[in-house]
Write a protein that binds this ligand. Structure first.
Ligand code: PLP
Length: 219
């Protein structure tokens, strides 16, 4: 199937209140252009350099989401244009985003990444760290970042009960966060393999790559 056909068919399975982020990492500009001409305006990338190159080449009405792990020394390269940073996993990183946003006279929207998977390797806060962070005076001082919600990645497993359990846990933390912070409206969970479950469990934003663009080739 073509990128256009894939997009259209995914679109029909996603409710109106759920935002589709087209994850275009590793894919050539021509693929992004096809998605753009099919109406897609939100793209997700996981490397700042690659995203910046694509931002330079693509139309300017695209919203660029950084979905990968962010190195602090690279925040400056996306500060002028990034529309949402999904993977914020430390106060140190948040302070750097704030600093670079201030230089550009912007307020940058961010999601806090929560560790819900069983794998050790995935980044993010646990629930205690999350609620400690938002009480931290240093956090409360940051004026050029806006926390919009949470992001999480489920365990890479065929056990969909496990995946569902993790999404339910993230949704609970999201609902709790809503009661203590203003402006919480985005719950980023769900990828190609599990986005339908994520939506059932309350996702408002899905990040879908391979089901739109085909498998990635890292060689
Ligand atoms: C690559 C990636 C995705 C998309 O994965 P697919 O399985 O191709 O849909 C979603 N979220 C993050 C954080 C990713 O790195």
């Amino acid at each position: 199937m073509s990128i256009t056909a894939n997009l259209k068919s995914i679109q029909t399975t996603i409710p109106e209140n759920v935002t589709l982020v087209a994850v275009s990492k590793t894919k050539p500009i021509s693929d992004l252009e096809e998605a753009y001409y099919a109406g897609q305006r939100v793209f997700g990338e996981n490397k700042i350099q690659e995203m910046t190159q694509k931002w330079e080449e693509m139309p300017k009405d695209i919203q660029w989401h950084m979905i990968g792990h962010v190195q602090r020394n690279k925040v400056k390269y996306m500060a002028a244009y990034v529309s949402l940073i999904h993977g914020v996993d430390s106060l140190k990183l948040l302070k750097e985003i704030n600093k670079q946003a201030k230089k550009k006279k912007r307020i940058i929207s961010c999601l806090l990444q929560v560790h819900i998977a069983e794998e050790e390797s995935k980044f993010g806060f646990d629930e205690t760290e999350l609620f400690d962070l938002i009480k931290n005076p240093e956090f409360l001082q940051l004026e050029n970042v806006q926390i919009k919600g949470l992001m999480g990645m489920a365990t890479f497993t065929k056990d969909m009960n496990q995946v569902r359990k993790e999404f339910i846990s993230l949704k609970k933390q999201y609902d709790r966060l809503k009661t203590v912070l203003e402006g919480i409206e985005i719950l980023s969970m769900g990828m190609s393999g599990d986005y339908k479950i994520a939506i059932e469990e309350g996702s408002t934003m899905v990040r879908i790559g391979s089901s739109i663009f085909g498998a990635r080739n890292y060689s």
